[in-house]
Write a protein that binds this ligand. Sequence first.
Ligand SMILES: Cc1ncc(COP(=O)(O)O)c(C=O)c1O
Length: 361
Amino acid sequence: MIPVAAPCIGKEEEEAVIAVLRSKMIASGEVVSRFEEEFGRYINHSSAVATSSGTSALHAALLALGMKPEDEVIVPSFTFIATATAVSMCGATPVMADVHNKTFTLDPDSVMESVSSKTKGIIGVHLFGQACDIHALSQICEDHSLSFIEDCAQAHGAEYHGKKVGSYGDAGCFSFYPTKNMTTGEGGMITGTDSGFIERCRRIINHGQKERYLHTILGYNYRMTNMSAAIGRVQLTKLERMNQVRQRNAEIYSNRLRIPGIVTPVCLDGSTHVYHQYAILVLDEFPLPRDGLVEYLDRNGVGSAVHYPLPVHRQPLYKESMNARCPVSEWLSENILSLPVHPGITADDCEKICSCLLEVN
Ligand SMILES: Cc1ncc(COP(=O)(O)O)c(C=O)c1O
């Protein structure tokens, strides 16, 4: 079976973790600090704070930007649930806006319809590895004095008009979950340039501690361990290469999958797509429905996945309290399908998957 996702972990990661274990300094320490410096430098010389997950990165960043009950934060309905739940964790309300039908990222027109007197921020998700419309969303934030948060969980290394994502917003939030473009096992990172914001994040992720055993604000234990950071430091050195393999795999698919009823991803001018997912649309002209194609691929040894089968405003957690209208998100949920694109598969694997899809026709 060709898996739909798999982390690329090798000898260097093993040795780095063993070195940390032998040092006995396994919790958050020097290795985490080094990882923060290196990751921040990579994201156009931002400052960076390592966290225990992408979700805790989002939660801490939103708190550090002052989100509180009564506030609203606009998020896309077509994303992983954590983009929205991080807002709820602050006691604030996530307001779902719709996404664009070509890029699947937050639609600035839908955002404009969702702005209210309670809106305090917008979270733009760089979904599947491509930047959202940062220019338009930043402009809305500027016009309405809102914070702009970039959810970069799926876009490590992606660029937008010559700069890395995570260097545009008031905060960039990354996840290092094993399926991501780079991993630390579990982990996350907050990037930013405002020293006050970075200092607040540091305090929030470490029990609200200003100095040892002096707690000035409500905080959490959202720290990264040295073991995770050791994996992350190695992964960061491999990231560009791993993204290039993703891009090569995506190019094979995009060249060969010119099939009626299959829509391949759009890469916008000015953006580099790092293909966290290679998400196709399976439309009515295709001989199999989307879920039938999942089964067909499975029978032929090809893993695939649906990201995401339910838009956030339709999730049981939120649907009672939402009257959001997000028709594009709903349409995508019914038709989208992710093919394996990770760096663990070869060009031959991609060719095999293409042949498999062409045979359906
Ligand atoms: C868009 C998005 N935001 C946030 C997260 C949360 O990251 P984590 O799983 O590391 O908490 C993810 C992870 O899947 C994600 O894809």
